[in-house]
Each structure stands twice: as C-alpha cells, then as structure tokens.
Design a protein around this ligand. Structure first.
Ligand SMILES: [Ca+2]
Length: 159
C-alpha cells in the first residue's frame, strides 16, 4: 500500500519502517557483520574507538576522528545521497589500493561516500579498473556520487 502523502510533510524523510530496515555492515576480510544502527557497526569496526549515541551516524562526525588511523576505517558508503539509508563501512588498514568487491546486497547501490584522506575510487565493475566507469572521491567525501556512478559501483579501492 502506498502511504498517502501528508500536506507539508517532507517526503524524503525516512519513515520509521525505513529506519527499521537499515543495515550497517562491514567485513574484516573474512566475516561480514551487520547491525541495526550505524553507531553499533562503527563501535565494533573501530574496536571501540568510535562511540556514538545510537541515533547518530558518521554523517555528523568530524572526519578526522572518523578516519583516524587507528579506526581502520577507510570509507563509509551510503545507500542514499546525503549520507543516509543503510551503510557499508570499508574496513581496511591502509591506503594500499586494496580492492573490495561489493558484498551481497551492495552491488549497484552506493549513492554517497565519506572517505579518509587517502580517498576512495569507485568502479562500475567488480575487481577494480576493468574498463567500466570510475570515480575518484577525495576527502572528506561527496553527498552525491553523480548520475554516472549513482547505483553503479561494484567495487572500490583506497585510494
Ligand atoms: Ca542508492
């Protein structure tokens, strides 16, 4: 059923059910871990170095703190523009160009990206630069990856 719009309501605001369906995940290279709040995902991914109240996200964090070297977080990839919706945390220990393929549920989905000072490159195809479109995003990120890369990224590297 389509909800009836309320006059004057901001239609882009996530509803309670959208919030309930959000997933915030990362992989340590072996296991994917997902959480219902990004605060919890960031706490686990950073081994306790990032402590946010449950309702807050990396969108409101100082990027210098979010991407401090000891957090091992290279980027936060968001489902929607403006750093909203579900998020995938690119957990990686250095800016060595290491490539991560989009995990299950994340292919062709990323719309905005926060990145550490090493930057992140998004690729249209799996396994990095295989000839599809690419987009380099510089620190501290972009609230909209633009029409050419929106919902297109299938892998990413730092930088
Ligand atoms: Ca998207």
């Amino acid at each position: 059923m389509t909800p009836t719009p309320v006059p004057g309501a901001v239609l882009s605001m996530p509803s309670a059910s959208d919030k309930a369906n959000e997933r915030h995940c990362f992989s340590d290279g072996k296991t994917v871990q997902c959480f219902g709040t990004q605060a919890e995902a960031l706490r686990v991914a950073s081994n306790g170095r990032i402590q946010l109240p449950a309702g807050q996200t990396s969108a409101s964090m100082n990027p210098a703190v979010l991407f401090a070297p000891d957090t091992n977080i290279q980027a936060v990839l968001w489902e929607n523009s403006g750093y909203t919706g579900s998020s995938w945390i690119f957990y990686h220990t250095s800016c060595d160009g290491g490539c991560e393929n989009a995990p299950s549920g994340w292919n062709d989905r990323v719309s905005s990206v926060q990145t550490s000072s090493c930057g992140i490159t998004l690729y249209e195809w799996y396994n990095g630069d295989k000839g599809g479109a690419t987009l380099k995003v510089n620190y501290p990120g972009t609230t909209n990856v633009g029409p050419a890369m929106n919902d297109q990224a299938s892998s990413w590297t730092a930088p």
